[in-house]
Design a protein. Structure first.
Lengths: 75, 146
C-alpha cells in the first residue's frame, strides 16, 4: 500500500519522531509505514488521519494494479 | 526475552520500552542467574563438607531464584504489552522463528541420534537453540522493518 505520509509530514514540518510522539508509537514504526514496509493497523491509520486532518483514503492508496481488497464475488 | 533486553530506549516515543524497564528486566534476570549459581555453590559446599542440608536452607536456596524468575517474567510481559504494533510484530516473528526451529530440531533430532550423527539431547542445548533463534529472528525482523 502506498501512502502520502511523508508529504503530509513535510507540509507540517514535523520529523518522524514528532509524528511518532503524537501518535504514541515508535519512530521506527513511522519510518516503516512511510517506506511501505509496514501497513499500519486500522486504529493507527485512523490516528494518522485525525492527526493530519485527512480521510484515511487520502493518506493510504492501493498499489498500482492492486484491487480494492474485495474479492471478485463481492465486487 | 533477549530481544526485549536488547531494545534501545526510544526517548522520542511514549509507547516504546523504557530504559528503566529494560534495566529492571536485566537486573531480575541477573538476580535469578546469580542466585542459582550462589545457591548451587552453597549447597554443594555444605554437602561436600558433610553438613546436613536443613529444610529452611534448601527452601531458601530454591525460593530466591524462583522469586527472581517470577519477577522477571512479570516485568517482561508488562513491557511486552506496552510495545507498539510494529515492535509486537517484530517480536512475534522472532518468537515464531524460535518456536519453529526448536520444534523442527526436537522432532528431527531422534533420527540423527539413531543414525549415529549426534549424542543424547540435553535440555541445556535446547535452551541455547531457543535463545539463539530468538535473537536471530529478532535481528532479522528488525533489519527488515528498519
Amino acid at each position: 500500500m502506498r501512502n502520502t505520509l511523508r508529504v503530509l509530514r513535510a507540509e507540517k514540518n514535523w520529523s518522524q519522531a514528532d509524528v511518532a510522539t503524537r501518535l504514541g508509537v515508535s519512530r521506527q514504526t513511522i519510518n516503516a509505514v512511510e517506506t511501505g514496509k509496514y501497513d499500519p493497523s486500522l486504529p493507527l491509520a485512523f490516528g494518522m488521519a485525525r492527526l493530519f486532518g485527512k480521510r484515511i483514503e487520502e493518506i493510504f492508496l492501493p498499489e498500482v494494479g492492486q484491487a480494492s481488497g474485495l474479492s471478485a464475488e463481492v465486487r | 526475552m533477549l530481544y526485549i533486553m536488547s531494545m534501545k530506549p526510544d526517548t522520542n516515543s511514549t509507547f516504546s520500552c523504557s530504559s528503566r524497564g529494560t534495566l529492571a528486566q536485566t537486573l531480575w534476570l541477573l538476580g535469578m542467574a546469580l542466585s542459582v549459581a550462589a545457591g548451587l555453590l552453597l549447597l554443594a559446599l555444605l554437602k561436600h563438607r558433610g553438613y546436613p542440608l536443613s529444610l529452611p536452607l534448601r527452601i531458601l536456596a530454591v525460593a530466591i531464584p524462583v522469586a527472581c524468575g517470577i519477577a522477571y517474567s512479570f516485568r517482561l510481559l508488562r513491557d511486552l504489552a506496552r510495545l507498539d504494533e510494529l515492535q509486537l510484530r517484530i517480536q512475534l516473528e522472532a518468537a515464531a522463528t524460535a518456536c519453529l526451529g526448536v520444534f523442527l530440531g526436537t522432532i528431527l533430532y531422534p533420527i540423527f541420534q539413531f543414525a549415529g550423527f549426534v549424542g543424547p539431547l540435553r535440555a541445556f542445548y535446547v535452551t541455547f537453540l531457543l535463545v539463539g533463534l530468538l535473537l536471530a529472528g529478532y535481528l532479522n525482523a528488525n533489519r527488515r522493518y528498519r
